[in-house]
Design a protein around this ligand. Structure first.
Ligand SMILES: Cc1cc2nc3c(=O)[nH]c(=O)nc-3n(C[C@H](O)[C@H](O)[C@H](O)COP(=O)(O)OP(=O)(O)OC[C@H]3O[C@@H](n4cnc5c(N)ncnc54)[C@H](O)[C@@H]3O)c2cc1C
Length: 371
């Protein structure tokens, strides 16, 4: 079996495949890890209160178990629990969808008006009319360390993994397998798993309109009152404002309070053409939310980085075999919310690659929904 792309999802697939005794080769065009795709920048939000759709919650619960197993294997903490805040107008998707997920799945939660939330977590200064759902099990997952841990576990279980080797092309073979051509050689295998992130369309041109890269910007800003932004005092957030939907983290792993805006400037792009320079306009967009809701974090800039979302038309994932090619499995279109699931996506990809099916409910992620 061959896995194209050793990022968030590919590293997890390699771990699960090698762990089940499959002969597997992982090919990565850059370094492992690197900061040109979708998984860099220290961490990603991990939340169980899932406003996007309640059916993500069972997957999240399994993902959490698998992250804990990986922590035990790696001997390091990969998930940090801070609690999570999903906030916005009472009738908006973020607050009401998160509340619905918690109710349907019996997750612990508290509904807090802005004054109560601001008093309990004083780094927050949410506007008066904002409703918040606090879920105590949310937090963040260390995305780059997770890739390293998955790769190390896969290598220990016998996977072959090669970085700085770009896959140029692939084709099916007469026997129903695949042949892959890279910048260093050619390989044949029974099954191909494509976890190429923002480069998916280059490997699978039929997915060009279904897995669309979008430029994002992450910012780190040094708080003027750092004691309010520690993991013990500041839960991660997902916040719908009139200015847009923002997300953020306590200070951890890099200097500064980390914040981003979903869909940033709404710049669809390609992974090879994306503008990786960050300018004043990018920074000002992030500072809007700082000034309004986190004034004690509105200090000097520490870092600004670009990153890539890969959006599907309905912003739900794509996990399926490729029509006409049952030996090719694709996981793409994670639409800016996939990393927390990478562990369970790896398990699902191993199920599909080995048995052609999985016991997880992935019906929402089928390619047939776009026909
Ligand atoms: C700014 C930002 C914030 C985010 N916030 C969150 C969050 O808080 N919570 C959350 O759960 N998710 C979040 N996400 C989404 C999450 O990070 C992504 O869904 C996830 O990282 C996608 O993983 P991936 O494996 O698809 O992509 P990647 O990790 O980018 O991996 C794809 C890999 O494939 C390789 N590749 C591609 N083509 C080839 C080829 N031809 N040959 C060899 N290798 C190839 C690439 O080099 C890359 O390493 C965020 C994303 C961004 C950009």
């Amino acid at each position: 079996m061959i896995v194209i792309g050793v990022g968030g999802m590919g590293s997890a697939a390699l771990h699960h495949l090698a762990g089940r005794g499959a002969r597997v080769l992982g090919l990565e065009q850059f370094d492992i890890p690197h900061d040109l795709g979708s998984s860099h920048g220290v961490n990603r939000i991990f939340r169980l209160a899932y406003y996007e759709h309640p059916s993500y919650v069972p997957l999240m619960l399994r993902a959490r178990e698998l992250w804990h197993e990986l922590e035990a294997t790696a001997g390091e903490s990969l998930v940090h629990v801070t609690g999570s805040v999903d906030a916005g107008p009472a009738e908006g998707d973020v607050f009401s969808g998160s509340l619905q997920s918690c109710r349907i799945h019996g997750l612990d939660h508290e509904v807090l008006e802005a004054s109560s939330l601001n008093a309990r977590f004083p780094g927050y200064r949410l506007p008066e009319d904002t409703m918040s759902l606090f879920q105590p099990d949310g937090g963040f997952v260390l995305s780059e360390r997770c890739i390293v841990a998955h790769v190390e576990a896969a290598l220990a279980a016998g996977a072959r993994i090669q970085a700085r080797e770009e896959v140029r092309d692939w084709a099916s073979t007469p026997g129903g397998g695949v042949r892959v051509e890279t910048t260093r050689g050619a390989y044949e295998a029974s099954t191909l798993v494509v976890t190429a992130g923002a480069w998916t369309a280059r490997m699978l041109p039929e997915l060009t309109s279904l897995a669309v890269p979008e430029r994002q910007v992450l910012g780190w800003f040094q708080p003027t009152s750092p004691e309010l932004f520690t993991p013990a005092r500041f839960p991660v957030f997902n916040l719908a404002l009139d200015e847009g939907r923002y997300y953020g983290f306590p200070v951890f792993g890099a200097p500064g309070f980390k914040i981003g805006r979903y869909h940033h400037l709404e710049e669809a792009t390609t992974a090879d053409e994306v503008n990786r320079t960050v300018d004043r306009r990018d920074e000002e967009l992030l500072r809007l939310a700082l000034a309004r809701c986190f004034p004690d974090a509105d200090g000097p800039t520490m870092a600004l980085k670009t990153c890539l979302f890969t959006n599907s038309p309905d912003e739900h994932f794509i996990i399926d075999s490729l029509p006409g090619y049952p030996q090719v499995i694709v996981a793409a279109g994670f639409s800016g919310h996939g990393f927390k699931f990478a562990s369970v996506v790896g398990e699902i990809l191993a199920d599909l690659a080995r048995a052609g099916q999985t016991s997880h409910d992935i019906s929402m992620f089928a390619l047939s929904r776009f026909r």
